[in-house]
Design a protein around this ligand. Sequence first.
Ligand SMILES: [Zn+2]
Length: 323
Amino acid sequence: MKAVYIFGAGASAAEGAPVVRNFFRMAYRYFKEEQYDAGLEIVWEFLEHFYGKRSVISSGSDLDRYPGIDEIFNIVDWYLLHNQAFSARFPQKRLDDLKTALVKLISMTLDRSLPPDNSIHRSFVLRALQESREVPTFISLNYDIVLDRAIRAAGCRPEYGFYGSHRDHLGQAGQVPLYKLHGSLNWSFCPLCGEIAEHNEKVAHLLFSENSPIVCMNCGGANPQAVIIAPTLYKSYKISRLQNVWDSACAAISQCDRLVVIGYSLDPADTSIIATLKRALNAPDKNREIVVINPSRRTCGRYRQIFGNGCKIKCRPFTGELF
Ligand SMILES: [Zn+2]
């Protein structure tokens, strides 16, 4: 049986990662209150001026009224991609610095909150690999490298799908397809040759800055960029290697007999994901088992809206058990 597992933010949250709505609060506590990081000051300054005149932020809970980190990231990215400024205080150059700081904040906050062993993912991946004769495919919507580490811990290598087709990715011994649709903290993109390089550890927070120690592994070009893609702006990036990742994910879903979606909110704004999923499931339209694991009743209702009554809903948190 060909199985595809899709992991959303809720899966990483099971290991202790913050979710969108409390991300800023946790980051503030870690890197403003407990262990001050000057490089993130621009984030707090931007948020203090988000509503126009300065509104003081004096504790993490003050950040609960703000949009989530993904939306702030989206808005900043929009200006950069469209060559626009946010305000007199935040012209493009500062927005560039702000994006660097936001990537750093995401990377550092995940690093601080996720335990190094990621035991839930580890045991899940190990069982998924052991219990099926066919190599399963993992699709992640998260930037963290929890699944990547779990695949390595199982003695395999993640195949990110930058080149070739899904069938090629399945054919290599010791390789497990892991398609990360929104990028990854351990990838760097070279704007000179267009290649994405994979690194063993997180590098995203080292990129962007003028003195970045990372150079392109393919052409030696300086200034590789982080591959952290705001979901709604995916189409604007035009990174062809990433297009291959999406195509491979689409092929994996089309060919699978069993699709398991773990901890993904299926937000109505995620049109690119929803449209991709629906299209893949229609090519061809065959009998597949669709299983949803999500603790939110409201989200479970969303799945019925999008996938109909045929999908099996397990309204509970992800604990690592194989479904
Ligand atoms: Zn290059």
